[in-house]
Structure formats: structure tokens, C-alpha cells
Design a protein around this ligand. Structure first.
Ligand code: ASP
Length: 430
């Protein structure tokens, strides 16, 4: 088991969880599972939630403060961030349209939805609070909600994650504006904190196979081994995959066609090894060195552009993650029987965009950040338990899109800057 890659262990955890769950239902071990297995799943989710605030703070402050390079390359910087935001918004919108059309959460029966809602949305205070908030809301309320009046309070509640993001961005911008000597200690402090947090994520992910086992066993037992859950999760996964496919086969080719002369098949051939690595590691950060090498040597992007656009993209540009977050949030809401109004859907556009920017480029980060999206629309973040079973495989796929998106933008920026050179066919293929 030692040499087995983590994603295989997690997949094994999943399968064993399903097998155990089905057996537990058959052998009437439901109570045993509730008392002795399920709490491990809860602990695992708690761990993920525990690191959400420090993760956003550290990774965003690090990300934004490294924009000091942007002041040097302000034109390239502005262009890069602009295109990154655009592709992310397109991805979220795609996700929202798809999930509203397919409605995967509605595959649950009416009783199951009421049951789910009661089971997961146990935090009555949260519901009451959000209901009260909605009552007195004006059109600009979502903006008012983003600006905290007390940082400690904002960081003290996973519901206020957007306020933490706001503070982190403000902090990062102020760092960029100050002379380098003045902030060097703070910068290395946050760089260090960021590394530590990523290490903690690694540690938590070591427990993932067991956490996944417990969560899935618990889910299967809760559902009495019913096929309903599997069906709903299947439709949900297909919705996410469909959205991801649309990004790869429609949006990126379109963007490349509009702004560059590169042929999409050549682009695909050039970037394929990075995509494969993204799939097997589920981490844009781990894939970054290969993405850079492929963009420079096989797509012809200049080093100046790639060394700036790609590391920034690995941190802030996650089209696959944002698309997944919008689908997942609406799926969970549907499963709980909530009908989201236009305002709530707009909140998802905003929070999924910000949450994907704040997601670290490591396995599972997108799901941690989903907590923000759920909380912002008043859904109990415990709901992520519902989608955990299929998260790893979707993580692998969305990371492929994240990396492809970064490479697309790097190619576009290079082309518009006259920094995209032609490469020979054999280099594309090698
Ligand atoms: N694993 C993704 C990445 O590294 C982030 C996520 O969505 O979890 O790009």
C-alpha cells in the first residue's frame, strides 16, 4: 500500500466505502456505522474546513503581493488578469447554465430531499440568519456583505470567507504599493505560512483515503444502499464533465482562434503532457514546471511571458474549479430542495470566481473553497459530504482544465505581445 499513489488509495477508499456501506445495510450494522465509522468522515471534513481561512489568507496574500512584478509589466499584468477573469466568468456561467438545465439534484425524490435537508442543514441558526438577511436585502447588499467591519469576526466564521478574501486582497495590494524593503519580512512570513498551509493540506490528504471511506460508508448507509444517491451523483458528475469538455473543445479553441494564429491541434499536442500530469497529480502547482516547459519549448511562448503568466495562473486562474464549484453548489442546493433565485445565482458567479482565485493549486482545494460558495447562499457547508464520493475524479478532470486554461492565456498574451514564436512540428510532438 505504501508505494501506491494517493489517488489510487483514495479510489480504493471509495470502493471499499461503497462495499462496506452496502454490507452494513445488509448485515444491519447501521448503528455501528453511525457511532464508529461516520465520525471519522466528520473529522476529515472538519479538518478541511479548519484550514479554509488560513489557506485563503496565505495563498491570496502571496498571490496578490507577487503582483509587484505586475507594476513592472503593468500592461502584460493587466491583460493577463483581465483574460483570466474573463475565462473564469465564462466557466462559472457555463456551469450555472448546465446545472440549471440538467438539474442533477432533482434526481432525488421529494421525500429524500426533505430528509437530506433536515439531515445536513442541521444548523438552524444559519438558516434563520440567512432568511433574515434576505428579507432586508437591497440590490447592493452583496457588496455590503463583502466588506467586513471587523477582521477577527470575519475570520471567525467560515460563512464570512468572502470578507476574508476581501481583506487578503486589500492586504496584498497595500504590500504591492509599499517599497520592497519595507515589506520583505512580511512577504517572507506569508510565503512561509503559505508553504506550511500547503504542507498541512498534504497531511490532511494523507488521511483522505480513510476519510473518504468513512464518508462514503456513512452516505451509503444513510441512503440504505439506495441507487438514488448513485444516480444523482452520476448525473451531477456528467454535468461537471460536460461543462469541462465544453471549455476544452469550445472556449479555448475559440479564444486561441480569436487572438492567435496557432492551430488548436498543435496547441493540444504541445500541452498534452502537462494535461496528463495535471490529471494524475490533481495539482496545477505540481504541474507548473511541465506547463512552463511545454509552453516555452513546444508552443513557442517567450520565457518572459510564461514565467509571469503561468505561475500567476496556477494560483489565480482555475476555470475548471470555478465551473465545478458553481455546478456543485447548485446541485447541493437542489438536493436540499432549495430553489435558488437570480440574486443567489449571481452570488454564486461572484463567490465561485473569487473562491477559484483563492483555491490553492493542490488536490482537493477547490472543494475546501466550495464551503464559501455554499455559505454565501445560506446552504450548510456540511452539504459537501454529498459530493465527496466523486470529488477526486472530478478534481483530476478540473485540474486538466485549469492547466489548459493557463496555457491558453499564456499563448494569447504571448501572441498579442509579439512574443510567440513558431515551433517546428517535431517539437510539438516530442
Ligand atoms: N486541484 C485543483 C488544482 O490544483 C484545485 C481544485 O479544484 O481542487 O488546480
Amino acid at each position: 500500500m505504501k508505494k501506491l499513489a494517493l489517488h489510487w488509495k483514495i479510489i480504493i477508499g471509495m470502493v471499499l466505502g461503497v462495499v462496506y456501506g452496502l454490507l452494513a445495510v445488509k448485515l444491519e450494522l447501521v448503528e455501528f456505522t453511525d457511532s464508529w465509522i461516520k465520525p471519522w468522515g466528520t473529522i476529515f471534513i472538519n479538518l478541511l474546513k479548519l484550514i479554509a481561512v488560513p489557506l485563503i489568507l496565505a495563498s491570496l496574500i502571496k498571490g496578490v503581493s507577487s503582483l509587484s512584478d505586475i507594476s513592472k509589466l503593468s500592461r502584460i499584468g493587466g491583460k493577463t488578469i483581465g483574460i483570466y477573469l474573463m475565462t473564469t466568468l465564462i466557466a462559472v456561467t457555463f456551469g450555472l447554465v448546465l446545472v440549471n438545465v440538467v438539474q442533477p439534484g432533482k434526481s432525488f425524490s421529494e421525500e429524500k430531499r426533505i430528509e437530506l435537508k433536515e439531515q445536513y442543514a442541521s444548523n438552524a441558526a444559519l438558516k434563520i440568519e440567512s432568511a433574515e438577511n434576505v428579507k432586508g436585502e437591497g440590490p447592493l447588499q452583496f457588496l455590503v456583505d463583502i466588506v467586513p467591519n471587523n477582521f477577527i469576526q470575519a475570520a471567525g466564521n467560515n460563512r464570512n470567507m468572502l470578507q476574508v478574501i476581501f481583506f487578503a486582497i486589500l492586504f496584498g495590494i497595500a504590500m504591492v504599493m509599499l517599497p520592497k524593503e519595507k515589506i520583505s519580512t512580511v512577504k517572507s512570513f506569508f510565503d512561509g505560512v503559505n508553504d506550511i498551509i500547503l504542507q498541512i493540506v498534504d497531511l490532511i490528504m494523507l488521511a483522505a483515503p480513510y476519510g473518504v471511506f468513512a464518508l462514503i460508508a456513512g452516505l451509503v448507509v444513510d441512503f440504505g444502499g439506495s441507487a438514488e444517491l448513485f444516480k444523482a451523483l452520476g448525473v451531477y458528475s456528467i454535468t461537471v464533465v460536460l461543462g469541462l469538455l465544453l471549455m476544452i473543445t469550445l472556449i479555448y479553441p475559440l479564444v486561441l482562434r480569436l487572438f492567435t494564429h496557432i492551430n488548436y491541434f498543435d496547441f493540444f499536442k504541445g500541452i498534452a503532457p502537462a494535461q496528463m500530469l495535471a490529471f494524475s497529480t490533481s495539482s496545477s502547482a505540481a504541474t507548473l514546471p511541465v506547463t512552463m516547459e511545454r509552453c516555452e519549448d513546444h508552443l513557442g511562448v517567450s520565457e518572459e511571458v510564461s514565467s509571469f503568466v503561468l505561475p500567476l495562473g496556477a494560483t489565480i486562474n482555475m476555470d475548471g474549479t470555478s465551473l465545478y464549484q458553481s455546478v456543485a453548489a447548485v446541485f447541493i442546493a437542489q438536493a436540499f430542495g432549495y430553489d435558488l433565485d437570480l440574486g443567489q445565482q449571481m452570488t454564486i458567479v461572484l463567490t465561485a470566481t473569487l473562491a477559484s482565485i483563492g483555491s490553492a493549486a493542490v488536490p482537493g482545494a477547490g472543494m475546501v473553497m466550495l464551503v464559501i460558495v455554499l455559505s454565501s447562499i445560506g446552504i450548510d457547508p456540511e452539504g459537501i459530504a454529498l459530493i465527496f464520493a466523486v470529488d477526486r475524479i472530478l478534481d483530476m478532470l478540473r485540474t486538466v482544465v485549469n492547466v489548459t486554461g493557463d496555457a491558453t492565456v499564456a499563448t494569447v498574451v504571448a501572441a498579442t505581445e509579439g512574443q510567440l514564436k513558431k515551433v517546428a512540428d517535431k517539437e510539438l510532438l516530442s
